[in-house]
Design a binder for this molecule. Structure first.
Ligand code: NDP
Length: 448
């Protein structure tokens, strides 16, 4: 069968089965469109139904998460874990706690994770999970009870050789600690490799906290280098002020850039002399407050309500590090009009399909999420290695490995793009390079 017809048929089937899951369909469509030139060369992938198997999760678990707040009131949330593809290793992917979590969000994230994990070069399959729980405004004890209830069901589906969750939006070191404690109690064994993003004193890896943000900057640095450019003296915008954003800002500043803005889900701050990261860390990591507090520390900065306004600030490099679809076509056009030279996706799928087309058509250097933000999961896999060996590497050791992995991802993605005729299209390159390894493993493992 002709490759384009095959892809159209598979996509139509995905729409029929998952019609009410827009984010999942968006992620599938982008990948499938990239695969046509590969399928034209490899009819064996069509014969073995690789693509129709790839778009259907191996397993999707949905469960009730009841918990009791500090006033004794009972609440019920919905928990999810999608175990999408285990061709190259155990399922691996974060947990997201956010009120917008639903099956579509979890499936889009799990699907993307298959290719991202493959790009790291490490033996990890694709998974993702979470709950429609809102951690904002909850006490530590409420967070703990929620995490314990969540794990009292999840424990039967995860394990160091089966499925290894980590953090994502709303799930950081505190939550991973509570989840790990509950797992350990239920299983009555110290299985350090069952979760990553753990605290340093109980099996965590140095550099894991910084890894996604640092990895993003290493990737973008390499992408700039290919065009004889670098971060020095550049004006940078970073959306979000969570784990990924904070450490992207830190490394970009270290490389000589001026980061002038960051945000949260209520609004953004603009500090033309450069964001003072110590204040952002204090507000977000210590006090867990809103980014609007920043102007109390830096009265010369501006705070604006609403998120999308951040993309109207003139910059050389834009790093969306908050959430999916935060840059739409209009914001992308404004960025281009304002002279942006590079966009690196720290968040998962932060640019709509239309926005991606604007960047590619305008020759903006564009680092897609599944390549550019793979440093987090890569370092999680390094945490698993250290757990298996029962030893801990130094910060420098892990950071050096992370840097090598990100440079390697860039090389693989850009050479796949060149091989399939679109040298500067890293979206195509990432989808193809990520797909090939998984597809070959699926071929070799038979139709399962
Ligand atoms: P955090 O929860 O630490 O931070 C998320 C940040 O994004 C916060 O500033 C949050 O604001 C903001 N945000 C969340 N939802 C929205 C929204 N709907 N609109 C606008 N802003 C929003 O999460 P992470 O930093 O870990 O994750 C950020 C992104 O990076 C996600 O897309 C995640 O999937 C991706 N990612 C994370 C990895 C990791 O290692 N942590 C690895 C790879 C990708 P507020 O405080 O108001 O909620």
């Amino acid at each position: 069968m002709n490759a384009q017809c095959y892809v159209n048929e598979v996509y139509n089937d995905v729409v029929k089965r998952n019609g009410n899951e827009p984010e999942f369909l968006q992620a599938v469509k982008e990948v499938l469109n990239s695969l046509v030139p590969v399928l034209e060369r490899h009819s064996e992938y069509i014969e073995d139904g690789i693509v129709e198997r790839l778009v259907e999760p191996e397993r999707m678990i949905v469960f009730r998460v009841p918990w009791i707040d500090d006033n004794g009131k009972v609440h019920v949330n919905r928990g999810f874990r999608v175990q999408f593809n285990s061709a190259i290793g155990p399922y691996k992917g974060g947990l997201r706690f956010h009120p917008t979590v639903n099956a579509s969000i979890i499936k889009f994230l799990g699907f993307e994770q298959i290719f991202k994990n493959s790009l790291t070069g490490l033996p990890i399959g694709g998974g993702k999970g979470g709950a429609d729980f809102d951690p904002k405004g909850k006490s530590n004890r409420e967070i703990m009870r929620f995490c314990q209830s969540f794990m009292s069901e999840l424990f039967r589906h995860v394990g160091q050789f089966t499925d290894i969750p980590a953090g994502d939006i709303g799930v950081g070191g505190r939550e991973i600690g509570y989840l790990f404690g509950e797992y350990k109690k239920i299983k009555n064994q110290y299985e350090a490799g069952v979760l990553t993003g753990k605290g340093i004193n109980y099996g965590g890896s140095l550099t894991r906290k910084e890894a996604t943000g640092y990895g993003l900057i290493y990737f973008v640095e390499r992408m700039l280098q290919a065009k004889n450019k670098d971060f020095r003296g550049k004006t940078v915008i970073v959306s979000g002020s969570g784990n990924v954003a904070i450490y992207a800002i830190e490394k970009a500043q270290e490389l000589g850039a001026t980061v002038v803005a960051c945000s949260d889900s209520n609004g953004y701050v603009y500090d033309k002399d450069g964001i003072d990261l110590d204040y952002v860390k204090e507000i977000k990591e210590v006090q867990r407050k809103r980014i609007s507090e920043y102007i109390k520390y830096r009265p010369q900065a501006e705070y604006h309500e609403g998120c999308s306004g951040i993309w109207t600030i003139k910059c050389d490099i834009a790093l969306p590090c908050a959430t999916q679809n935060e840059i739409d076509e209009n914001s992308a056009k404004i960025l281009v009009e304002n002279g942006v030279i590079a966009v690196g996706e720290g968040a998962n799928m932060p640019s709509t399909s239309e926005a991606v087309s604007v960047f590619l058509d305008s020759n903006v250097l564009f680092g897609p999420a599944k390549a550019a933000n793979a440093g987090g999961v890569a370092t999680s896999a390094l945490e698993m290695s250290q757990n298996s060996m029962r030893l801990s590497w130094s910060f420098e050791e892990v950071d050096n490995r992370l840097k090598k992995i990100m440079i390697n991802i860039y090389e693989n993605v850009s050479s796949a793009a060149a091989e399939y005729g679109c040298e500067d299209n890293l979206v195509l390159g990432a989808n193809i390079a990520g797909f090939l390894k998984v597809a070959d493993a699926m071929l070799q493992e038979g139709i399962v």
